[in-house]
Design a protein around this ligand. Sequence first.
Ligand SMILES: Cc1cc2nc3c(=O)[nH]c(=O)nc-3n(C[C@H](O)[C@H](O)[C@H](O)COP(=O)(O)OP(=O)(O)OC[C@H]3O[C@@H](n4cnc5c(N)ncnc54)[C@H](O)[C@@H]3O)c2cc1C
Length: 395
Amino acid sequence: MPNLHDDQLSMSLEDDWPDIRDAVAKVCVRFDNDYWMKLDHESEYPTEFVDALTEGGYLASLIPEEYGGTGLPISAAGAILETIHKSGCNAGACHAQMYTMGTLLRHGSEEQKQRYLPAIASGELRLQAFGVTEPTTGSDTTQLKTRAVWEGNQYVVNGQKVWTSRALQSDLMLLLARTSPADQVKRRSDGISVFIVDLREAVGKGVEIRKLDAMINHNTTEVFIDNLKVPPENLIGDEGKGFRYILDGMNAERILIASEALGDAKYFIRRACEYANERVVFGAPIGKNQGVQFPIARAYAETVAAELMTKKAAALFEHERNCGAEANMAKLLASEAAWHAGDSCMQTFGGFGFAREYGIERKWRECRLFQTAPISTNMILAYIAQHVLGLPRSY
Ligand SMILES: Cc1cc2nc3c(=O)[nH]c(=O)nc-3n(C[C@H](O)[C@H](O)[C@H](O)COP(=O)(O)OP(=O)(O)OC[C@H]3O[C@@H](n4cnc5c(N)ncnc54)[C@H](O)[C@@H]3O)c2cc1C
């Protein structure tokens, strides 16, 4: 047996955090397909579900104990999100309450952390909106147009954000805005800052939020910002370094989103196998046909491989090692495994896959998002090509 060196790390090959998985699964049982189907139909927010997770302390899992959270590692947060999705529920309404605070935790002042984190941990304050994407600049984040200009003793912000999810269910929103014009900075990522916007005060006084009608019930919005006044104490970290701060948080987000996608993949595979064993056509269960079995088996193999990559990314993250490539690959592989599992499940259910009461078509629509947000597949491939394979930057 070789000695383990300091630079080697170990990771569990089993399902880690079994107690947490069991406890979250028990919460999820209370929120069945009828619950989600009704919300989907009415485009409403899953308040009772989010309250139950808040009461269980699950949304505070990444907040250190000294600020009122449970201070768990990222693998535990991943286990929570995976279990929610594996149970047929959707964490999209509240997952950002877990990790948006990371920017504040890593780069905020002690005063800001004391002011916000304990109330975020208890659920009294909701920080689950992050305004990054803009209608005209999309994935080219450094070209964002929202401007924050220092005037007298405060910043005055003007601009527009799109796809800002959960802004209508947030007390606070993180906002990315340019504080130095793009043509006056050395690198295009310089001159961008992150602010905490208190939506309780800002709505009607410089901020207007409009619900966006989308393919899935993701509570997403457009945010219009017109002469919004932001006091200097709401700037996070140093002015002009905001882009770097959000990059710091992206690996965690990729790992957590990969965990949700794995949960969806497992949900689809379980449902597909159950149905394939039950449904009898031409005198035999449809699962007896290789044409039905093989897509499910392939999706299972992809899911297990994606899970290994997600575990590796989480283990590197927890050891404070560079995990950019692994976190990106985990999100890429898990999002595709979920999509293939969803497609095989839809196909296995035949016409009933389209019937809303089975829940498959809702999950199928929901899991498509992972290939587009928080970052689209092409951007991940561009990262791997450039940063891992040493190919020329393509954009
Ligand atoms: C339901 C939902 C919720 C969201 N929530 C949030 C949120 O809370 N906060 C937030 O800030 N944003 C959010 N987003 C936005 C999301 O992050 C973006 O949609 C995503 O990053 C892609 O940006 P875009 O839509 O502008 O696409 P674009 O940047 O216009 O890209 C369109 C397509 O072109 C491809 N493409 C673009 N440039 C290149 C290139 N150089 N090489 C190869 N391919 C390229 C992209 O990969 C993509 O497939 C959400 C989106 C959705 C749909």
